[in-house]
Ligand binder design. Structure first.
Ligand code: ADP
Ligand code: MG
Length: 405
């Protein structure tokens, strides 16, 4: 896939995948993103494990010796029992319907012995790679040790591809490096938003802060026909238009930037929609007073916690006319009862649009699932930070090192 003008380039070049290499009888080191929530020694949400199954099954069926490596949480280079991957190995074994051997480290003699015992089609899960400080430093010696376990490297951890670590970048120097199916799908879906989006292309952005998403807004302004802004982020734009907004979350140091982005949208002929009404309350709390007000009339001691019904309707209409939709960031404090309606309305509109729809961001994907419309979205991205960096047009280091197809 070739980039459109001014895109991050390297990341958009088609990459070789597991389909392009002969894996039978070979030791294949697969970087997966098994950074899942745990609850009392069990996997609380196995979405990320399921997302890696197509690649793992493919390798097993073709008689590869599969060695999986992942991080979990932030153990900061030390062994922490609560971040061990044993519950993940159990859950993966259940999902695959076969034994998954798990080692207590990711390098060293125990691991080498376990790898040596692997037969074709076996699956081994290494211990949390972030127990070693060398991982996040992308230490060459450590990367070499990891690489020495295998003959081929597969990166299927799109969610970690924006990090230049030993298991995402370093190992690729010592082994033939290709993409797994999840990585391939993420690059294809997100790539379509940048390279060749069918118009009208409508982006919906929300979440707490504008500062997390400046790069995305800037890069999308050159590609979309309309940009709908909700969530806490919209407040900073509304302030740039001179509104008071009571105690609402406003990033005061980003107001000038917001004004500049509004001007740029206008120059480019991009329709930038901001909330006209809001659900406001005296505090970010569930059992509180709540009122629907025009954004020009937020009481002084109150704050905006959701978009209002008129805004939700207008956003829904804009989304339904789209042929391509990207959505990141909830429209309000959706995790709290009373402030979830705007986000639900957008979720339904995206699902009903019939557009090619891509949703990114941990909270936004959770909101789509809660609204019960996940199966009507074209692609739910598994990479939070990675998908945003991709849409900023940046090269992801974990993608750049993969062989070109
Ligand atoms: P994602 O994880 O999908 O990328 P973000 O993490 O950027 O989304 O944003 C989600 C957070 O934004 C939620 O915790 C939500 O409560 C918060 N949020 C949304 N609207 C507001 C608002 N009006 N005021 C304060 N916080 C908000
Ligand atoms: Mg979030």
């Amino acid at each position: 896939m070739r980039p459109g003008s001014g895109t991050g380039s390297e990341t958009q070049v088609a990459k070789k995948t597991v389909r392009d290499v002969d894996v039978r009888g070979r030791r294949v080191l697969v970087r997966v993103d098994f950074n899942v929530p745990l609850d009392q020694g069990r996997v609380a949400d196995d979405t990320r494990i399921r997302a890696a199954l197509p690649t793992i099954r493919y390798l097993v069926e073709r008689g590869a010796r599969v060695i999986l490596v992942s991080h979990l949480g932030r153990p900061k280079g030390k062994v922490e029992d609560r971040y061990r991957l044993d519950p993940v190995a159990r859950r993966l074994g259940e999902l695959l319907g076969r034994e998954v051997v798990k080692t207590d480290d990711c390098v060293g003699p125990e691991v080498e012995a376990a790898v040596a015992r692997l037969r074709d089609g076996d699956v081994l899960l290494l211990e949390n790679v972030r127990f070693h400080p060398e991982e996040e430093k992308n230490d060459e010696g450590f990367a070499r040790k990891l690489a020495s376990l295998a003959d081929i490297y597969v990166n299927d951890a799109f969610g970690a591809a924006h990090r230049a670590h030993a298991s995402t970048v370093g190992v690729a120097e010592f082994l033939p490096a290709v993409a797994g199916f999840l990585m391939e799908k993420e690059l294809a879906m997100l790539g379509r938003l940048l390279a060749d989006p069918e118009p009208p292309f409508v982006a919906v952005l929300g979440g707490a802060k504008i500062s997390d998403k400046i790069g995305v807004i800037e890069n999308l302004l050159g590609r979309v026909q309309a940009l709908l802004v909700g969530g806490g982020m919209a407040n900073t734009f509304l302030r740039a238009r001179g509104l008071a907004l009571g105690k609402s979350l406003v990033e005061v140091d980003k107001v000038d930037l917001a004004r500049e982005l509004l001007a740029r949208a206008q120059e480019r002929g991009v329709e930038l929609l901001l909330p006209e009404d809001a659900v406001a309350a005296p505090a970010e709390a569930p059992a509180t007073d709540r009122r629907e007000v025009p954004v020009t009339e937020v009481p002084e001691e109150w704050m905006i916690l959701d978009i209002g019904p008129a805004t939700a309707d207008r956003f829904a209409v804009a989304v339904k006319t789209a042929r391509t939709v990207f959505w990141n960031g909830p429209m309000g404090v959706f995790e709290m009862a009373g402030f979830e309606r705007g986000t639900e309305a957008v979720a339904r509109a995206v699902a009903d649009s019939g557009a090619l729809s891509v949703v990114g961001g941990g909270d936004t994907v959770a909101a789509v699932e809660r609204a019960g419309v996940a199966d009507r979205i074209t692609h739910l991205s598994t990479g939070g930070g990675a998908s945003l960096e991709f849409l900023e047009g940046r090269d992801l280091p974990g993608v750049a090192v993969l062989q070109e197809g």
